[in-house]
Write a protein that binds this ligand. Structure first.
Ligand SMILES: [Zn+2]
Length: 372
């Protein structure tokens, strides 16, 4: 073989083997699933939870045109259980509360594309003036859709007694299964609120997957009882935001303090999150957010992966999300991880409170108005 030809061949082999020669952590290109969360359509009196059906149609067209694979919740469950590999560019469509506008406006569009979807509904609401009927839910199940449980009465789960938590998770499941004639395998937390006890009861009740409203994406490391979803709601949603939400891979963390769930008192000394494989990210573009305070001032150690916000941080809201984003060097994507912390004391007072609105809560006997 001539020398130049063998040299070219050698280079070709090296280039072909390059991905194998690089450390595995530098690749970090694991496929992930984005679960989209919708509520209402064309309901102008609910600007924070509704979107125009014309925009929804555009989003579905975008998924189709850009080769996203819309998978069912059942397929997602197989991936999480390791019975199936995570597909590339996969999306799950979920719609909470079972409003009639979802049935009349969104489902015809989903059927047009042949996209699977899951409706989450509270059993008490079925058949009410604004919500779907049992007949409609049975029709959905028979025609490409699925139905999951969204509790019995749609309470703020972090406020109700332990006995009521059981009722909200177990009783509702039994009622739904009787009415629908088959098993109900998924649950979505009302208002996206949960703690460790609620998660445990849900798993014991037999739910295979439980969805939060924490922003983020899912891969094989995601816990089946606290799966994040990307909310596509509100008057500020546009196509740019929609496309961005599809491009946020999961951020893996090794440790966090405080952990998810209940915390004592209403202040925390510091928030510490340890990122897995910190060298994958631009050190200057690792950020931490807290719902009631916005972006926090943090210190980041790119060698150890420790991201820290020094406190004390006084909390006014009963529920808060801690959100961490980090920009990946390999593709400039913002990886994201988020979880919920809940004060032990205090009560969410505005039971009709909606995402994004300020909440009036009681903390240790005092009323405090939160920041928006
Ligand atoms: Zn809801």
């Amino acid at each position: 073989m001539p020398k130049t030809r063998s040299t070219v061949l050698l280079y070709a082999i090296i280039i072909a083997l390059l991905p194998c020669l690089l450390p595995a952590q530098e690749l970090n290109a694991e496929p992930y699933v984005v679960v989209l969360l919708y509520h209402k359509f064309d309901e102008k009196d609910s600007p924070s939870t509704s979107i125009p059906s014309s925009l929804f149609a555009k989003q579905m067209a975008y998924l189709k045109a850009n080769d996203y694979k819309v998978i069912s919740t059942s397929e997602l469950a197989m991936c999480i259980k390791g019975k199936k590999t995570f597909p590339e560019k996969a999306v799950v469509i979920t719609i909470d509360d079972g409003y009639k506008s979802a049935y009349t406006k969104a489902i015809p569009i989903l059927n047009e594309y042949g996209f699977p979807y899951t409706i989450f509904i509270s059993t008490c609401a079925v058949g009410s003036r604004k919500c779907m009927s049992w007949d409609q839910l049975r029709y959905i199940r028979a025609h490409g859709g699925d139905v999951g449980c969204h509790s019995f009465t749609h309470p703020h789960m972090v406020d109700v007694s332990r006995e009521e938590v059981v009722k909200e998770l177990v009783h509702s499941k039994m009622v739904m299964e009787k009415k629908l004639g088959s098993s109900v395998r998924w649950f979505a937390y009302p208002f996206g609120e949960y703690d460790n006890y609620i998660r445990k009861v849900g798993l014991r009740a037999g739910y295979e997957l439980m969805f939060t409203s924490d922003p983020g994406s899912i891969d094989r490391s995601s816990p089946p009882d606290a799966l994040p979803r990307q909310a596509i709601v509100g008057s500020n949603v546009d196509m740019i935001m929609f496309e961005e939400k599809l491009e946020r891979p999961p951020l893996h963390i090794n440790a966090c303090s405080p952990g998810p769930g209940r915390i004592n008192g209403n202040s925390i000394d510091s928030i510490r999150i340890v990122l897995d494989k910190p060298r994958l990210f631009f050190p200057g573009q690792v950020q931490m957010f807290l719902s009631e305070k916005g972006r926090l001032n943090t210190l980041f150690n790119p060698k150890t992966g420790l991201l820290m916000c020094k406190g004390p941080i006084i909390l006014h809201r009963k529920v808060n999300r801690i959100i961490v984003t980090a920009r990946r060097k390999r593709d400039n994507k913002y990886a994201m991880h988020s979880y919920m912390i809940v004060l032990k004391q205090g009560k969410v007072l505005n039971r009709k409170g909606k995402a994004g609105k300020p909440r009036l809560i009681q903390v240790q006997g005092q009323e405090a108005k939160n920041r928006p």
